[in-house]
Design a binder for this molecule. Structure first.
Ligand code: DAH
Length: 351
């Protein structure tokens, strides 16, 4: 029996040594050590041997099994390592190659496109871009901007307060104050950014985007404001546009105006074939933004924090527009919520 075991062990080890793949080795493992293989069979036969032969035969069989097993294991790790090196050398992956199928390139969201388009216009007019925090002080959001303590925008039903001195800014106008405190005149800045109000319906969302504008210098007048905004309206809505100023009220400008642009859909009513234009509803004009001359009370507040503005004969003009509104007007977007629901069928139409 011991001879038989030795023979078996020699053939097994020879077969294992001859294997050249991990898969072949697994076959050999089953063949020599599996439940139906010869060696386990021999082991089962040991108990029929005379008592004095059982010990040595059992020992020889066990040794044979451990030795074959060890050989298969070590050959397996050798071959596996070699196979991995070969795979690394031959199946190299280049992660910089474009995907297959090629991914569709992304595009900028309509609001980002619109904001950048407006920024470009004012950069071209010599304005710089300023930024301010979305979590703003009540002082900069309201007091510095000449809002009376009873102004309705200050109410808790209109505005998101963090605490009694801090809120989510309701407009980008506080960046006017920050810009002036930061730098002496002359100033020409625009300030794009998010603003927040407790509003939510087809034409209002609790968060939206504005762009503020501010110019401060000596000798500025409403004529400068008008010329600047006319250039803006032509750049965004077409070179044939005209603008008009209507008296209005904002706490931080005096006088204040609302700016209308002549309707780009019906050419200000001139091209109308008698039908009612559904962009301007027949008015010929579309309201696009609020503006005005910086109120002396605003300069007085700033002067208390930045001496370059104290007791000076300065004038300034300011304006504020809604990015959503400009995008919707320009592209005839019927519902504000389309800008926020990320429907690709809508978004893919732009850019
Ligand atoms: N802050 C105003 C608002 O949110 C918009 C505005 C109006 C800004 C007139 C201005 C301005 O700078 O002069 O309704």
């Amino acid at each position: 029996m011991i001879d038989q075991i030795e023979q078996l062990r020699n053939s097994a080890e020879a077969a294992v040594t001859a294997c050249s793949t991990v898969a072949d080795l697994e076959e050999q493992r089953v063949k020599w050590l599996g439940r139906k293989a010869e060696l386990p069979n021999l082991l089962r036969g040991i108990r029929e041997l005379p008592a004095d032969q059982r010990g040595p035969a059992g020992q020889a069989a066990n040794q044979a099994r451990t030795s074959i097993e060890a050989l298969i294991d070590s050959r397996t790790s050798e071959l596996a390592a070699a196979e991995m090196l070969l795979n690394l050398a031959t199946d190299s992956v280049d992660p910089t190659l474009p995907g297959d199928p090629q991914p569709v390139p992304g595009r900028l969201h309509l609001l980002t496109q619109t904001r950048r388009e407006i920024e470009d216009v004012f950069l071209g007019l010599g304005y710089a871009i300023a930024e301010g925090p979305e979590v703003e002080s009540v002082a900069f959001n309201f007091d510095a901007l000449n809002h009376h303590p009873t102004h309705p925008a200050r109410s808790r039903t209109d505005t998101f307060y963090v605490d009694s001195e801090t809120l989510l800014r309701t407009h980008t106008s506080p960046v006017q104050i920050r810009s002036m405190i930061d730098q002496p005149p002359p100033i020409r800045v625009i300030a794009p950014g998010r603003v927040y109000r407790r509003d939510d319906d087809a034409t209002h969302t609790p968060q939206f985007h504005q762009i503020e504008g501010l110019a401060v210098d000596e000798g500025l007048s409403l004529a400068d404001l008008k010329g600047t905004l006319l250039a803006f309206a032509k750049a965004i809505f077409g070179s044939d546009r005209e603008i008009r100023l209507r008296p209005h009220f904002f706490p931080f400008t005096e006088p204040s105006v609302e700016i209308d642009v002549s309707c780009f859909a019906c050419e200000g009513g001139k091209s109308g074939a008698g039908e009612r234009c559904n962009v301007c509803r027949g008015a010929g004009w579309i309201e696009i933004l609020g503006a005005g001359m910086v109120d002396p009370n605003v300069f007085a507040y700033v002067g208390d924090h930045q001496p370059a503005y104290a007791d000076r004969d300065l004038q300034g003009f300011a304006f504020g527009l809604g990015v959503e509104r400009i995008a919707m007007l320009k592209h005839s977007v019927p519902d504000l919520r389309l800008l926020y629901t990320n429907d690709l069928r809508f978004l893919r139409q732009f850019g």
